[in-house]
Write a protein of this length. Structure first.
Length: 155
């Protein structure tokens, strides 16, 4: 029993080895379910690709950093905007390149022209493919979540 006469139930679930989420469900013991108020509950999830050993290859964080690198033309600026450390991010991107077998970034050293970092053609294709995959997955998960909420309203 929780304060304000509310019972809390936690449900953990995984979907197609893509993501794992936790829903915290609260039901007022007077019978008014939070499922009748869409502002009180939301779904959160992460998507990532890994190898068979479970080593992460590409997920939301690395996808965002790659998109920002292309937008800003700088790994340092992209890291700064997302609050990532440069050294760790650079190391992670190098590991991804080794796993995938192709370079993601073209780095041009500084000097009077300043340095820049851009995605390679393969890096751009990877980001575009993940964009497409993420968009389709988001729509599917959103539909599934809406269907779930409709069913839970009946509780």
């Amino acid at each position: 029993m929780h304060k304000n006469n509310t019972k809390i139930q936690t449900i953990r679930y995984a979907s197609a080895n893509i993501s794992e989420k936790t829903l915290v469900l609260k039901k007022n013991l007077t019978g008014m379910s939070i499922f009748n108020d869409p502002e009180k509950i939301r779904l959160n999830y992460k998507i990532w690709l890994s190898d068979k050993a479970g080593n992460g290859i590409l997920g939301d964080g690395k996808w965002k950093i790659l998109k920002l690198i292309e937008e800003k033309g700088s790994l340092k600026a992209a890291c700064s905007e997302l609050g990532y450390t440069y050294r760790r991010t650079w190391g992670n991107l190098q590991k991804i390149e080794q796993m995938l077998g192709f370079p993601l970034l073209e780095k041009h050293r500084g000097g009077s022209e300043k340095g820049s970092t851009r995605l390679t053609p393969e890096g751009k294709k990877l980001v575009e493919a993940f964009d497409t995959f993420h968009s389709a997955t988001d729509k599917s998960i959103e539909k599934g979540f809406n269907d779930l909420m409709e069913e839970l309203k009946k509780i």
